[in-house]
Structure formats: structure tokens, C-alpha cells
Design a protein around this ligand. Structure first.
Ligand SMILES: Nc1ncnc2c1ncn2[C@@H]1O[C@H](COP(=O)(O)OP(=O)(O)O)[C@@H](O)[C@H]1O
Ligand SMILES: [Mg+2]
Length: 221
């Protein structure tokens, strides 16, 4: 398979870009895919938790055999021959619309846009999808994160009407276990399994939702 370069982008912070990259990487690897995660937001992020090595190589292993990690800075210096054995390269992007962000967008084959549901999100999403379009890159789709049925059921209908088939089927529910697993530096499923933390029903819903997202991403190729 040809390497697919996928950006997870929204110029808004706190919409679960980083969470989605980590858990999508984990779900793709469960499907036998080899994944490279590129941290483009080193000021904010925390991919350090993935790392098992402090050697300043360009590409670093993680504790998951088929997930490797690097930063955008290092990635920019790597030859393509070093990355073309990956099935997927996932770019965790910063919440900005700078020239550098635009160049990362152009580097990707497809961009997926996580969003929370809110009255004011639609206008922002239009800007984001227009910019992706302007850069000549395909929108993989928008997906809803931190969904809480009690508050969000009405809004999601409105999002579907407006975004139509640009809105993915996958909806990532809210669960406070996400924060716990991130704090421990782990994909949600690995957190439960490796730490033997008893998963709550909402936690399983998230694990399944990220499996669904991986399936939609793989189907989209
Ligand atoms: N499905 C979810 N349920 C509950 N909290 C979540 C969920 N996804 C992300 N979060 C929390 O929301 C915050 C922002 O997530 P993060 O992935 O860092 O967003 P971004 O990278 O877009 O800034 C984090 O504290 C994270 O733990
Ligand atoms: Mg982030």
C-alpha cells in the first residue's frame, strides 16, 4: 500500500485533535497498519509520553511496535525513503492557520477535522474546510468529538443538515476516562488493558468509536 498522509486539523484548540491522533494511530495499528505520528504542535503536546527512547534520532519508537513518532521539525529533514514503509503518517496539527500550518496541509493527502458541537462552530468549520480546499487538498471529513447526548442531540442534526456527507458517521462520545488515559500518556484501550483499569461503559464506547473512525479513514483511501 502507498503511504497515506493524513492531517488532523482544526484551527481551534481543545477539540480533541491530539486525542484523536493517538487513538486513531492505535486503532490503525490494531488493523495491522504501520503508523508514524508526526507531532506538529510541540509546544502544546505531549507526545513525549509515547517515547521510549531519548536518542535524538529522527524517528523514534513508541511502546507500540507499529507506531513510531517524530516531530514536524525532524520529519522535514527526513528523506522520503525513510517514511515510505509506513501505511499511514498522521499529522497532529497546531490550532493555527499560519503559513507553516498551510504547508503541512499541502503536504497531506487528506485532512480530517474534529469538532465539538456548538452554536458557533459551523462558521468556523466553513473557514477551515474552505482553507483546506484553497490549499488544493481533499477533506476526508468532519467528525464530532466529546458528544454528550443530553446537550448535543439537536445540534448534531443541524450539523448533518449543513455538512451533509462531509460529516463522518463516526461520533466520538464524551468520557472523563479520556483525560485519565491521556494524563497517563496512553491510548484509551491500552490504558485499560495495560494498567488493568476497569473500563466504564462510556470508555468502551470511545474505544469502539475510534475503531469506527479508523474504518472510515481506511475506507476513504
Ligand atoms: N472524548 C472525550 N471525552 C472527554 N474529554 C476529552 C475527549 N477527547 C478529548 N478530551 C479532552 O479534551 C481536552 C482537549 O483535547 P486535545 O486532544 O488536547 O485537543 P486539541 O489537540 O484539539 O487541543 C483534553 O483535556 C482531553 O483529555
Ligand atoms: Mg493538540
Amino acid at each position: 500500500m502507498k503511504t497515506r498522509k493524513i492531517g488532523i486539523f482544526n484551527n481551534k484548540g481543545g477539540v480533541a485533535k491530539t486525542t484523536s491522533v493517538i487513538n486513531l494511530a492505535y486503532s490503525l495499528q490494531k488493523n495491522g497498519k504501520k503508523v508514524l505520528v508526526v507531532d506538529c504542535d510541540t509546544q502544546e503536546n505531549c507526545f513525549s509520553f509515547f517515547l521510549t527512547s531519548t536518542v535524538p534520532n529522527a524517528i523514534l519508537p513508541t511502546e507500540y511496535e507499529n507506531i513510531s513518532h517524530t516531530t514536524w521539525e525532524r520529519y522535514s529533514e527526513i528523506e522520503e525513503s525513510e517514511t515510505d514503509n509506513y501505511d499511514y503518517i498522521l499529522f497532529d496539527m497546531p490550532p493555527a492557520m499560519s503559513d507553516e500550518v498551510k504547508s503541512i496541509i499541502r503536504h497531506c493527502h487528506k485532512i480530517y477535522v474534529p469538532t465539538i458541537l456548538g452554536e458557533f462552530e459551523i462558521a468556523g468549520l466553513k473557514k477551515v474546510t474552505d482553507e483546506i480546499n484553497r490549499q488544493g487538498v481533499k477533506l476526508g471529513g468532519v467528525f464530532v468529538t466529546m458528544y454528550q447526548k443530553a446537550n448535543d442531540e439537536e445540534l448534531i442534526g443541524e450539523f448533518r443538515r449543513i455538512l451533509q456527507d462531509r460529516l463522518l458517521q463516526t461520533v466520538i462520545p464524551y468520557s472523563k476516562t479520556v483525560r485519565e488515559s491521556l494524563k497517563n500518556g496512553m491510548p484509551i484501550e491500552a490504558y485499560f488493558r495495560d494498567r488493568a483499569v476497569p473500563p466504564s461503559p462510556t470508555a468502551w464506547k470511545i474505544v469502539h468509536a475510534y475503531e469506527d473512525l479508523a474504518n472510515e479513514v481506511m475506507r476513504g483511501e
